[in-house]
Design a protein around this ligand. Structure first.
Ligand SMILES: Nc1nc2c(ncn2[C@@H]2O[C@H](COP(=O)(O)OP(=O)(O)O)[C@@H](O)[C@H]2O)c(=O)[nH]1
Ligand SMILES: [Mg+2]
Length: 367
């Protein structure tokens, strides 16, 4: 049986992984390949999964902890993809606060499932909004330990991809590429835009190149890594909206994320990623907020008016999860009242991510 190509696209919260994976999946599908995707989150009710499914992709999800701690779930989820046999290519998106993926996921997969998978290079997207500050020596509004994770993610990449170049001036792009090159002089570095597609021909060429799998594992301090994750406030929940009169689904998601952003800014909580997806019938709208310097944005427009919708809210910020939960409740209330809607929260999960306890950690390529 031919092996399935297995690719992982890493990077910090809000770097553009899901957007990049959707673009890559469309490219491979257009080539006639069968494509499967696997998403991952610390909790249940992940926006990315629904957003990729709404685009028609075959998506498996590993919820509840990162791939490294749920290695067997990742293997089972990947094996279950494809209604008529294994896909030709599987694209995976790890949690944006996760690192050490070479030692805990890619090496074990390469060793234990060599008959099934052919691994491509680990590509890690550099998020420009926080990259300039963190590569410049600061913490970008996060704890120093979370900034440590940001840098470790780039350090273990075989391929560093400076993403979102469409929103960077030439000087900003040059400065960021310089900062990346100074810190990681031996890496292949590409510049892309997941939204416009700039740089994707080159990215795909490198991802498709057939090279032996040789990535070195990180030297990493798990105490610092755990502290970095624990400094984040994580929240996933659902919200059921309804009203007598139709309202705009797009305006709703954007207003929600905008309201979260103003409350989080007031509380001094830097966003890693705040995202809301709302769906009604076949329509989907998504809004995002990824950095305190940037406004919230509508990323997927539905162009529909509805009288009922289900929303998923995912918040990952520098801050206390109890405060995040109170703030989300207040924002939903404000937006619902302003629009004369009923908004009912459900399945609220809020926490600080626990210490990563990987299923495997390979010091060498065979164990
Ligand atoms: N301008 C711009 N925005 C992008 C790009 N890639 C992603 N985004 C936006 O960044 C936000 C987070 O993207 P997402 O793919 O969900 O990031 P993830 O958390 O890494 O999966 C969304 O609002 C995207 O529309 C890009 O190349 N350019
Ligand atoms: Mg994502």
């Amino acid at each position: 049986m031919p092996k399935t190509r297995f690719l992982m696209i890493g990077g910090f919260l809000g770097a553009g992984k899901t957007t990049a994976i959707a673009r890559l999946a469309r490219h491979y599908t257009d080539q006639g390949l069968r494509v499967g995707l696997v998403t991952n989150d610390q909790a249940y009710g992940l926006v990315d999964t629904e957003s990729l499914r709404a685009q028609g992709f075959d998506v498996g999800e590993v919820p509840g902890a990162c791939f490294c701690c749920k290695f067997n779930d990742l293997v089972d989820t990947a094996a279950a993809l494809g209604a008529d046999g294994q896909p030709d290519i599987i694209l995976t998106e790890p949690v944006g606060s996760c690192t050490d993926l070479v030692a805990t996921v890619l090496r074990p997969l390469n060793h234990l499932f060599d008959d099934r998978y052919e691994l491509g290079p680990l590509a890690v997207l550099c998020k420009p909004e926080h990259g300039r500050k963190i590569l410049g020596g600061g913490a970008g509004g996060f704890s120093p330990q979370a900034a440590y994770i940001f840098l470790k993610q780039l350090e273990e990449a075989q391929l560093i991809v400076l993403n979102k170049v469409d929103k960077l001036s030439e000087e900003q792009q040059t400065e960021l590429l310089q900062l990346i090159g100074d810190r990681f002089p031996d890496k292949t570095v590409l510049a892309t835009s997941s939204t416009s597609g700039e740089g994707f021909d080159e990215l795909i060429r490198v991802l498709d190149a057939n090279h032996p799998y040789t990535e070195a594992a990180l030297e990493i301090d798990y105490d610092t890594y755990a502290e970095g994750e624990a400094a984040l406030g994580w929240l996933n929940c659902g919200v059921q909206f309804s009203a007598d009169q139709p309202w705009s689904l797009d305006a709703l998601v954007l207003q929600l994320v905008t309201q979260f952003s103003s409350l989080l800014l007031e509380a001094g909580m830097e966003p890693g990623h705040v995202k809301v997806l709302a769906s009604a019938d076949q329509a989907t709208a998504v809004a995002n907020w990824v950095a305190s310097d940037d406004p919230a944005e509508l990323s997927v427009a539905s162009n529909v008016e509805v009288t009922a919708a289900d929303a998923l809210v995912n918040v990952r910020v520098h801050g206390d999860p109890d405060d995040v939960a109170a703030l989300v409740e207040s924002a939903v209330d404000t937006v619902a009242t302003a629009n004369d809607l009923n908004g009912q929260l459900s399945e609220v999960q809020h926490f600080r991510p626990g210490r990563p306890e990987p299923t495997h950690r390979y010091e060498s390529s065979t164990g």
